[in-house]
Design a protein around this ligand. Structure first.
Ligand code: NAD
Length: 394
């Protein structure tokens, strides 16, 4: 079939296998051209199929030569439905890795579940012995708890109602959005989904299963951002979850001797998850414009390479801020970048948004996530949507 993008709100319900493959290859080629990193050798990435997790897996494999196990939650094609982008990304990653002689296996299932944790531990024990790096890169809207009940995360404030500009990317109109306060239950649920509880459970299960190397490192990702997004992010429900994630990094370091738990505060980038947050996409399109003009722009791949090369496996120890967090948002948060973004933000309206903000750049990244708009891909050609992930073939 010929696959076209079908956009519904802030997601695209189709994905292109050849385009996703080209997107993965672009990242691999970029990493190959960088200096190698003396880093981890056996890596588990939880949330490995897209965004920061996928780029972490590529950095581990192609900058460090590591064997990788990825945990993903994706769907293969069925009937005239394409597979999810994460499925195609993983199929492509595995086939490149295998062709390059790198071990890569994937487990497809709900990372929050005990069954997936056990399956992963069995696989690591059988094939690798243990892992020396665990990347925890889940971004999930809900979590099924072990008793079968489900909790959802919400994107709300934890105080007063908050109003600010937001963009309808489709019509390129700027309007005001009002984000209401969450109930205590909603805050608690968001913490259960996006906080550190499940990260801790993973580390506990890996350690109890005897498959965590003595001096393993584990990292989870967070975001801080500028003041204008604080009510909806840092001081909102998601920020409360991220604070819990941060506290969990400390608990992991103290409860599992030898293991070091880190938070890496990453840059705001277009991913399936960030597209869902009000206000943030408009901020990202201004940020892209400013960072591109200043020659400071990075995507997930550049960020994750910098995480491995300049932070986690830097020769002189891991550089952190005063709270012990790794800061990959350092370029985003530079005063000259933030001052330029703020000045543009003040002037922004529907009439000037296309001139002031990099909406095209936003859309370009958005399409790339689903494998559309990549150079050298013939989007008019018939493609078979049924693509296998090599390690999942039975
Ligand atoms: P993403 O949506 O691109 O990727 C999330 C990954 O989690 C996907 O591979 C998805 O399949 C997987 N996943 C979701 N639920 C799962 C489940 N139940 N079981 C197994 N896998 C599951 O998101 P992202 O933006 O790369 O986010 C990853 C992390 O980075 C999050 O913690 C996010 O808060 C953080 N972060 C994102 C940004 C940003 O701007 N995008 C900035 C800083 C930090």
């Amino acid at each position: 079939m010929v696959i076209e993008p079908k956009i519904r709100g802030f997601i695209c319900t189709t994905a292109h296998p050849a385009g996703c493959c080209a997107h993965v290859k672009q990242q691999i080629d970029w990493v190959r051209a960088q200096e190698k990193v003396e880093g981890p050798k056996r890596v588990l990435v939880v949330g490995a199929s897209a965004g920061y997790g996928l780029s972490s897996r590529i950095a581990a494999a192609y900058a460090c030569g590591a064997a990788t196990v990825g945990v993903i939650f994706d769907k293969g094609a069925s009937g005239n439905r394409t597979a999810t982008a994460g499925w195609y990304n993983t199929a492509a990653f595995e086939s490149f890795a295998h062709a390059d002689g790198l071990y890569a296996k994937t487990i497809n299932g709900d990372a929050f579940s005990n069954a997936v944790k056990e399956e992963t531990i069995d696989l690591i024990r059988r094939d690798l012995g243990n892992v020396d790096l665990v990347v925890y890169s889940l971004a999930a809207p809900r979590r099924t708890l072990s008793d079968g009940t489900s909790v959802s995360s919400v994107l709300k404030t934890t105080g007063d109602e908050y109003r600010n500009k937001t963009i309808d990317l489709k019509t390129r109109t700027v309007s005001e959005v009002a984000i209401g306060p969450a109930t205590q239950q909603e805050i608690d649920d968001t913490i259960r989904v996006m906080g550190g509880e499940d990260w801790y459970d993973w580390i506990q299960a890996l350690r109890d299963g005897g498959v965590l190397a003595d001096h393993a490192v584990t990292v989870a990702y967070s975001y801080i951002g500028p003041e204008l997004t604080h009510p909806v992010y840092l001081n909102g429900t998601i920020g409360a979850a991220k604070r819990h994630l941060y506290e969990t990094s400390g608990r992991i370091t103290s409860d599992f001797p030898g293991v070091r738990g880190y938070i890496s505060v990453n840059k705001a980038l277009v991913t399936q998850s960030s597209a869902a947050i009000p206000v943030v996409p408009l901020y990202i399109s201004l940020l892209y414009r400013v960072m591109k003009e200043k020659g400071l722009h990075e995507g997930c791949m550049e960020q994750m390479y910098r995480l491995f090369h300049d932070r986690l496996y830097a020769a002189d120890g891991v550089p952190t801020d005063s709270e012990g967090q790794i800061r990959l948002d350092d370029w985003e948060m530079r005063p000259e970048v933030q001052e330029a973004v703020s000045a543009l933000w003040e002037q922004l309206d529907s009439d000037n948004v296309s001139q002031l903000a990099d909406v095209d750049g936003y859309w370009e990244d958005f399409y790339h996530i689903f494998g559309f708009g990549l150079p050298d891909v013939d989007y008019t050609a018939e493609v078979d949507p049924a693509v296998e992930i090599e390690s999942l073939q039975h």
